[in-house]
Design a protein around this ligand. Structure first.
Ligand code: MG
Length: 426
């Protein structure tokens, strides 16, 4: 089989890095679309295409081809487990291997993920691979239409990728081309923006193959270029074998057994749709609002709410006696304030600081905390009573003070007690 091929890969208009990787050497062609945070995606896709390109893929050895995907998967998982930065990385991989089977030249096309393979066969575009996506499964089960699938919010959610699970469950297709057929391998950056009809038109144009590859990338970029775009075109120039009237894309071959799996899945398989791999959340560094994030945010809000409530409660029950402008006042709040709560004056007494003795004045200046407004008021009343009594004694050094005994409180100083009991006893 004589082939010519062309390729193009582009970062697109939105992404900062190109996490796609491509490989083409005339026998093997591959497109990988990496995912996984910062460097992970690039590493995974590059490792995938490098791995399969290194392995000896002898013609006709479908099993070796299948195993190469398993080896790529193993290497990605191993590398990810050894580096914190690469943890969770993965990649799609779609590859075509030129081979001969029963004297018939063909391509073996293998894929995991949503990078696609198409064949422009006798001028008509047909999709070879089936997307391993959640939406792809829904589409194949008949739950949604093509139109709904194209705009589905979860169309980026993969059900299979390399680097995610220890067992790789890839699909393999046999593609029997005729002269002039073009095989297209591409990442979803193309498909997201360019319709099958547009792809068919570009591939059918009478221009050099490289120009077609470039036009595909350009079309995706003109329509938004929201993702990395990679394409490989392989044109069958001349077949050595005789063209045969068979279906170009014939069947899926699991090499381990001889059972032929239908291309279109149905029945019991749909009951076990594989665990979805959220490609977007990985690609964009986990910005998607997952259930785990929601629970975390809720717990955090509850915690913050609890703290605020406690502060509020503590603040509501905080009073202190202090001075303001030389007058004894009662403040609501915590001396010096607490968070955004500033203390506020709730009672201004008639008691001047200069009427207090030095011990009392010092205590007030240092602020006297009280657990309630009543306690603070009681404290001030006691002070007032003490000052009043002091001033009465000063004015009437020998006066009877039995009437003031009733107002004497526990805070009355020893001196005043002596002076009140003294005359009464005498
Ligand atoms: Mg992509």
């Amino acid at each position: 089989m004589r082939l010519q091929w062309a390729s193009a890969t582009d970062t697109g208009r939105v992404r900062r890095v190109n996490q796609d990787a491509i490989f083409a050497d005339g026998t093997l062609f591959a497109v990988a679309d990496g995912m996984g945070g910062h460097a992970g995606g690039e590493v995974a896709s590059k490792l995938a295409v490098e791995t399969i390109s290194e392995l000896p893929l002898t013609n006709g050895l479908a099993e070796a081809f299948k195993d190469s995907f398993s080896e790529a998967n193993r290497r990605i998982m191993s590398k990810a487990s050894r580096s914190e930065n690469l943890r969770g990385m993965g990649t799609t991989l779609t590859a075509a291997l030129v081979t001969v089977e029963s004297h018939r030249e063909l391509f073996l096309v293998q894929n995991v993920g949503d990078s696609r393979a198409y064949l422009l066969h006798r001028g008509e575009l047909q999709q070879i691979t089936k997307d391993h996506t959640y939406v792809g499964e829904l589409l194949r089960s008949g739950s949604i239409t093509e139109e709904q699938a194209a705009h589905h919010s979860q169309r980026h959610v993969l059900t299979k990728a390399l680097g995610v699970e220890s067992v790789v469950d890839s699909d393999i297709f046999k593609v029997v081309p005729v002269n002039g057929d073009i095989l297209l391998l591409c990442s979803d950056g193309l498909i997201n923006h360019v319709t099958d009809g547009e792809i068919e038109k570009i591939l059918s144009a009478n221009v050099p193959l490289q120009q077609k590859a470039d036009q595909l990338v350009e079309s995706a970029n003109l329509s938004g270029g929201t993702d990395n775009i990679s394409v490989i075109l392989v044109e069958v120039v001349e077949l050595d074998s005789v063209e045969q009237e068979v279906d170009a894309v014939s069947l899926v071959v699991p090499p381990q057994d001889d059972q032929v799996r239908p291309i279109v899945r149905g029945g019991p398989e749909l009951l076990s749709i594989p665990r979805p791999i959220d490609k977007q959340s990985i690609v964009r560094g986990g910005r998607i609002f997952t259930t785990r994030v929601a629970v975390f945010v809720l717990l955090l809000l509850l915690l913050i709410g609890g703290v605020l409530y406690s502060v509020q409660l503590y603040e509501n029950h905080s009073y202190y006696v202090g001075d303001s402008g030389g007058v004894v006042v009662i403040f609501h709040g915590h001396p010096g304030g607490l968070l955004w709560y500033s203390p506020s004056v709730v009672r201004v007494s008639s008691l001047h600081m200069n009427s207090l003795n030095s011990v009392e004045a010092e205590a007030i200046k240092s602020k006297v905390p009280e657990p309630s407004l009543a306690a603070a008021e009681s404290y001030v009343r006691n002070l007032q009573a003490r000052v009043k009594q002091q001033s009465f004694i000063a004015k009437h050094p020998l006066g009877l003070s039995t009437t003031s005994t009733t107002s004497t409180t526990s805070t009355t100083s020893t001196t005043s007690t002596t002076s009140t009991t003294g005359p009464g006893a005498g």
